[in-house]
Design a protein around this ligand. Structure first.
Ligand SMILES: [Zn+2]
Length: 123
């Protein structure tokens, strides 16, 4: 059994940046089934995703949005604290929590390469 954290929580959000079809995720390796891109390291992509999320949440408006979507019992300072060090944050957070954040904030993720992606945040 693999000890690597699952990336399946990202599946509904992953699209090929070239043909805009869904990406195929096999044990953290991503591929466009139509052959545009891949194989790509999904874990590298996840790291960049959470860095981008951190950048997004450095804006007060984005934090207000996150608070609204994640539930009113989460204060602005709590959201700020959660995202202060995203590298650690994402390592320690269980997949269902990550899923909660991504579902709350992200509409879709277009993938061009493992290091180039375009995140469409919900507004
Ligand atoms: Zn494609």
């Amino acid at each position: 059994m693999s000890t690597a954290p699952s990336l399946t929580y990202l599946d509904p959000f992953l699209f090929c940046g070239l043909c805009f079809g869904r990406m195929d995720n096999t044990d953290g390796t991503l591929r466009c089934p139509r052959g545009c891109s891949g194989p790509l390291d999904g874990y590298r992509l996840e790291e960049i995703l959470w860095q981008e999320m951190g950048r997004f949440l450095s804006h007060p408006k984005a934090r207000a949005l996150a608070r609204r979507r994640l539930g009113e019992n989460l204060s602005q300072s709590e959201v700020k604290r959660l995202f202060r060090d995203l590298r650690q944050f994402v390592e320690f957070l269980p997949a269902e929590e990550k899923q909660r954040f991504v579902t709350a904030l992200v509409e879709k993720i277009e993938i061009i390469s493992a290091t180039a992606l375009k995140i469409h945040f919900r507004s």
